[in-house]
Write a protein that binds this ligand. Structure first.
Ligand code: 0O3
Ligand code: SF4
Length: 322
């Protein structure tokens, strides 16, 4: 195999979505406005480099609010929180800034609306994920978690005529469709969410790597191990025909043996991943004899969310964005 036949294709869209961009900027602006430390409940986004960089600037990441001193500023992560967390923050007199992605908040609203109509909600998502905990907290008595198509057989509802499904925003589109298909087979009157819960960024990143994976000997996904959408990209790449696919946090984790005999490499990254980490992987591949990457873009993304109102009210008008 000659080196000239090698190629590297980098997927687009990849990396930061609008919700992650907003959440990271929220912490940065809060540090600038109020000074360090600024507390953040949970990882602001599931990326260890982002968290480390913000820690260096004075952010303190905590698991729960009882670790935050009374009266301090705390940012809620992009994945959302349950109403109980909002209540605890106000009880403790904390200055809370909610960096929940508006597309996660949309799912919270759907959950509240169905629950108000006494509709039972089958929430497709992963146990223990912060987004699932936050959404479930909106209507715990109405929500049952369904983790995969295999779970559907064991699902039980009180009234099969009053049942709806919702989902986590970062799941595999294809697997979720399969779960819904099986749920509908079981409950023909199953109600849909008013609009897709899996967000545009998750769908676009999966569709973009699908285009590339089928003609890749190797797919490298940049993202942290606890990033649901990044881990899904590895699965999607394998399902779409990649001969091998691995997740790495950064270039230092790319193993030499993965590259042995490999001609075509596809590269992408999760929604919480700064693009400099992808650039690091591309530079590493070049150092191993691969040519510069060619980008294959599926679609453009232009969505930008306004910063949280709790922050905007303290920001000078000319500093509302970057
Ligand atoms: O939800 P996931 O583990 O994929 O989270 P990330 O990696 O922080 O990506 C951002 C997604 C998000 C905040 C919820 O949709
Ligand atoms: Fe929002 Fe989607 Fe990004 Fe999650 S992945 S933060 S829902 S835009």
């Amino acid at each position: 195999m000659s080196e000239t036949s090698k190629r590297v294709v980098v997927a687009a869209p990849r990396g930061y979505c609008a919700g992650v961009d907003r959440a990271v900027i929220t912490v940065e602006k809060a540090l600038g406005l109020y000074g360090a430390p600024v507390y953040v409940r949970k990882q602001i986004v599931h990326n260890k480099h982002v968290v480390e960089r913000l820690e260096q600037r004075g952010a303190i990441f905590v698991e729960e609010l009882d670790e935050v001193p009374l009266g301090a500023t705390v940012v809620f992560s992009a994945h959302g929180v349950s109403p109980a967390v909002h209540a605890e923050a106000s009880e403790r007199g904390l200055k809370a800034i909610d960096a929940t992605c508006p597309l996660v908040t949309k799912v919270h609203h759907e959950a509240k609306r169905f629950a108000k109509q006494d509709v039972e909600i089958l929430l497709i998502g992963h146990a223990g994920h912060e987004e699932v905990e936050g959404t479930t907290g909106e209507a715990p008595e109405h929500i049952t978690l369904v983790q995969s198509p295999d779970d559907v057989a064991d699902v039980e509802v009180k009234d099969p005529e009053k049942v709806a499904w919702l989902s986590q925003t970062t799941l595999s589109v294809d697997e979720t469709l399969e779960t819904v298909r099986k749920l509908r087979e079981k409950y023909p009157l199953l109600m849909d969410p008013p609009s897709d819960d899996i967000c545009y960024a998750t769908s676009n990143r999966q569709a973009a790597i699908k285009q590339i994976a089928g003609h890749s000997d190797l797919v490298i996904v940049v993202g942290s191990s606890n990033s649901s959408n990044s881990v899904r990209l590895v699965e999607v790449a394998l399902e779409a025909g990649a001969k091998a696919a691995y997740r790495v946090d950064n270039a230092s984790e790319v193993m030499d043996e993965w590259l042995e005999g490999v001609e075509s490499v596809g590269v992408t990254s999760g929604a919480s991943v700064p693009d400099e980490l992808v650039e690091g992987v591309l530079a590493h591949l070049e150092s191993k004899g691969f040519p510069p990457a060619v980008e294959e873009r599926l679609t453009e993304e232009s969505l930008v969310f306004a910063l949280p109102p709790e922050l905007r009210k303290d920001l000078p008008k000319n500093a509302l964005r970057h």
